[in-house]
Design a protein around this ligand. Structure first.
Ligand code: BTN
Length: 248
């Protein structure tokens, strides 16, 4: 059902695995994986989400994949660029197929119609201040229609039909390749595009912060490290790391 490659990515298809990210890491430890290999699974018994959460997905219904990447000469100061390019590739894919506008809920969720349709979990290996390799895990909800979390959605929930996952994967990998070349040629453009497509950007919203009380603010973008930049009512711009601030 899935091809064995989508140029320039080779694809390894698995039935059940604990986590495609773990599988990629273990192949790497045995020197058995090459740059631009995609691990695809029908089902994960221990799918991993952000902040030690689980990522649950019914068998055969969604896209569960890991892209194994060896970026060329990428300094750790720029590691958030990998999140930016992955999020933009998924956002483009969702926008291409579904009505409504998809956006990136900082730091790395893809939203459509105020619901989460995809999540990203990137695990980097660092050596001498450079990214040696990156394990880029993507969970994209396609044909699943029941979720424990009421704020989750899928392609099928947004547009009632059965979707061809192979076509969506192909589009996603093409967009990934597009933004990967932008990472090498123009990191500033990648940064700008990411910021433009942030969920709730330039809207006054209520935020909860670990540092201070809840406050009203406006997301204005991200800094070089990927920290969220929020302007408060006194027109001061403050930066927040992942976990330091939440909003819905
Ligand atoms: C999140 O939003 O919490 C991130 C979810 C990432 C899930 C994907 S599914 C494929 C890959 N393998 C994993 O174990 N996790 C990622």
């Amino acid at each position: 059902m899935f091809p064995s490659s989508i140029h320039p990515y080779s694809i390894i298809q698995l039935q059940t695995v604990d986590s495609t990210n773990n599988y990629a890491a273990s192949l790497r430890n045995q020197s058995k994986i090459q740059n631009k290999t995609v691990i695809l699974a029908s089902f994960q018994s221990k799918g991993k989400g952000q902040l030690s959460n689980k990522w649950q997905s019914e068998k055969d219904l969604n896209l569960l994949l890991t892209i194994f990447l060896e970026p060329k000469d990428l300094n750790i100061d720029h590691q958030f660029a990998l999140s930016r390019l992955t999020a933009l590739a998924i956002k483009d894919t969702v926008t291409y197929y579904l009505p409504g506008s998809a956006s990136i809920k900082w730091p790395n969720d893809i939203f459509i119609n105020d619901k989460k349709i995809a999540g990203i979990l990137i695990e980097n290996s660092i050596s001498y201040q450079k990214i040696d390799y990156s394990i880029i895990g993507i969970g994209l909800n396609i044909n699943q229609v029941k979720f424990e979390n009421i704020s989750a959605t899928s392609f099928k929930l947004e547009n009632e039909k059965e979707w061809d996952r192979a076509r969506i994967l192909e589009f996603l990998l093409h967009r990934f390749e597009h933004y990967l070349s932008m990472l090498n040629s123009d990191k500033n453009k990648l940064h700008q595009l990411f910021d433009i497509h942030l969920y709730k950007r330039k809207e006054w919203i209520q935020l909860s912060s670990l540092k201070s009380n809840d406050f009203k603010g406006m997301i204005v973008g991200t800094d070089k490290n990927g920290y969220l930049l929020v302007e408060n009512e006194n027109q001061e711009v403050k930066s927040f790391q992942h976990k330091e601030v939440t909003f819905s």
